[in-house]
Design a protein around this ligand. Structure first.
Ligand code: ADP
Ligand code: MG
Length: 571
């Protein structure tokens, strides 16, 4: 070894870099200063609870003041304040935060997290200010108020201040090119965006700008259905009620809080973009977190708040981050749990949500082994069987359609079902196979286009064969997937060929049309032939076939396709 030592930093050179390039976005200075103010108030709460401060802590608040004449913007809190020593320690030393020390010392007295961490936030004020002043009085008994100023050079002044109220005022002398921060509309907007859920009232001209309450930090048992819906409407105004929601809250092995909603998919719901808002300790971070939630849950909306999601790394690094991966798995699991709960407790609601959800659940099942295991028993398909008591019983009772003597001769296609669940009953594959054990011999008959294959569906029905509708655009892939999953089950599309072995022998030779002396088998054959000559109307599913899911993983081809089609369908 030639030498060992400490690397030194030239403040003159590094300071401009910190000021200009710390954050790409200038406006976040306000978020940083308000976060510090919230922390200061939170810290005062903590020392008070620890019995180290007996003064008045009532009415915590943060006041923003705009002075157009002097071109200053100031942020005042009535929090913990700073002594001269603390200013020297935490302000004059860049990248030195008091948060860690504080949490270590007082963590038992806190139910609210401290936002600060890196000891850099304060310096973001120099992105917009040519000069910054701190005027502060510590809560500590006999503390002397101090006044600190710095014009952005590494030199500062520290002197005594006549201040008599506990807390801190940060005053920014704005640069000429940043004077739009003197517009109250601009400030209100920024507070609404970044600080809406911070737990202290933030005021401008006496008006409170932020909502303060962050429902995702509440215990789920304290929230009613109305609370969840109200919050959804608050986040996404003028929207229909969400289909379902999950409340995330765990502390281990990572911290995450949040409420995620599955929206009704309507034209104005853009499912191609993630719409979940990412927060860190109630501070808004970003409008999208596609990297965090599993791909198949992209349409979900709501809020995720986690201090364990690394914020200062690139998006691609996020995707490979192990904690982020675990958080994604956790979210998928919670969604799976919620679906199972709904399936068990409110079958009707589950079925009506399935129309919007089904595609994404199937997509998840094909792409996420764990999620598949979780929900495979609650995948449902619309069926020609008339099932009753769907909500009450585990295995729905079947009402086999009564076969009227001439019923099966009338094969006019039924009109497709109306929106919603009125169109039919739903069944799981397992129930279907169980119900049709004898008659079907492990076959599943499915229809991919209700209008084009109506004749075949009717024919199967008349033969007492139950047909499943697999007619959404994901189903072509999903059938392939099911075929691989259920190797011993034969999946037969209703119009592929009439399987004579399934037709009742006696019934087939019975004469059913006295006028022409035709047997049931002959009539069916004729009808099939007629139907087969019909032009194919089955465009919707045919179009997807070229994707060849066998050679390309469905995840790759499908998501953009799903999203595109959802948009088309809803447009
Ligand atoms: P961080 O918030 O990550 O700790 P900052 O650069 O934002 O870093 O602030 C550095 C330190 O300055 C804080 O840890 C805190 O000790 C002190 N500080 C900043 N603003 C205030 C304030 N309004 N009241 C009391 N202390 C403050
Ligand atoms: Mg800070």
């Amino acid at each position: 070894m030639l030498e060992q030592g400490t690397i030194s930093i030239h403040t003159e050179n590094i300071f401009p870099i910190i000021k200009k390039s710390l954050y790409s976005d200038h406006q976040i200075f306000l978020r940083e200063l308000i976060s510090n103010a919230v922390d200061a108030i939170q810290k005062l709460n903590m020392v008070s609870r620890a019995g180290e401060y007996s003064g008045d802590i009532a009415e915590p608040e943060i006041q923003i003041a705009i002075d157009k004449n002097n071109k200053t913007l100031s942020i005042t809190d009535n929090g913990i304040g700073m002594t001269a020593d603390e200013v020297k320690k935490y302000i004059n030393q860049v990248a030195f935060s008091s948060a860690e020390e504080f949490i270590q010392k007082y963590k038992s007295t806190s139910d609210q997290p401290i936002i600060g961490h890196f000891g850099l936030g304060f310096y973001s004020s120099f992105m917009v200010a040519q000069k910054v002043e701190i005027d502060t009085l510590s809560y500590k008994e006999g503390a002397q108020a101090v006044h600190w100023t710095c014009d952005g050079s590494p030199e500062f002044t520290l002197e005594e201040s006549p201040r008599t109220t506990r807390g801190t005022t940060i005053t920014l002398h704005l640069m000429e090119e940043e004077l739009d921060y003197l517009e109250s509309a601009r400030i209100k907007n920024l507070v609404k965006t970044y600080c809406d859920f911070m737990p202290v009232p933030i005021k401008l001209d006496g008006e409170v700008l932020n909502r303060q309450k962050a429902p995702w930090r509440e215990s789920p048992s304290n929230l009613s259905k109305e609370d969840y819906i109200e919050f959804y409407r608050y986040l996404y105004p003028f929207q229909e009620e969400p289909l379902l929601w999950v409340h995330l809250n765990t502390d281990y092995p990572f911290i995450i809080n949040g409420i995620l909603y599955f929206p009704k998919l309507r034209p104005d719901v853009d499912v191609t973009k993630g719409q979940i808002k990412l927060f860190c300790n109630q501070v808004f971070v970003s409008d999208h977190c596609e990297e965090i939630i599993p791909q198949f849950l992209l349409p979900m909306r709501g809020v995720i708040d986690s201090s364990d999601i690394p914020l200062n790394v690139s998006r691609s690094a996020l995707q490979t981050d192990r904690t982020v991966k675990k958080i994604g798995d956790y979210i998928a699991k919670k969604v799976g749990d919620r679906l199972k709960e709904l399936y068990r407790d409110n079958r009707d609601q589950y079925i009506s949500a399935w129309k919007d959800l089904g595609t994404f659940v199937k997509f998840g099942v094909m792409n996420d082994e764990k999620f598949k295991k979780q929900v495979e028993d609650i995948l449902i398909f619309r069926t020609t069987a008339k099932l009753s008591n769907q909500t009450a019983s585990e295995t729905p009772a079947v009402q086999v359609q009564s076969e009227g003597e001439d019923a099966w001769q009338d094969v006019t296609p039924p009109s497709p079902p109306a929106e919603g669940t009125e169109g039919g009953s739903y069944t799981t594959l397992k129930e279907y196979l169980e119900r049709n054990k004898e008659r079907h011999q492990n076959r599943v008959f499915y229809c991919t286009d209700e209008a084009a294959q109506a004749t075949y569906v009717e024919l199967h029905k008349k033969q007492g064969l139950e047909v499943l509708f697999m007619d959404s655009f994901i189903d072509t892939h999903f059938i392939n997937f099911l075929e691989r999953e259920f190797q011993d089950v034969k999946f037969t599309r209703v119009d592929s060929d009439l399987d004579q072995t399934l037709l009742d022998k006696d019934q087939a030779t019975e004469i059913v049309d006295p006028k022409t002396n035709k047997t049931r088998g002959e009539v069916i054959k004729e009808l099939f032939e007629k139907a087969l000559n019909k032009p194919k109307l089955n465009i919707r599913t045919e179009a997807l076939k070229s994707d060849n899911p066998q050679s390309t993983p469905p995840a790759m081809v499908l998501l953009p396709e799903i999203l595109r089609r959802f948009r088309e369908m809803n447009a």
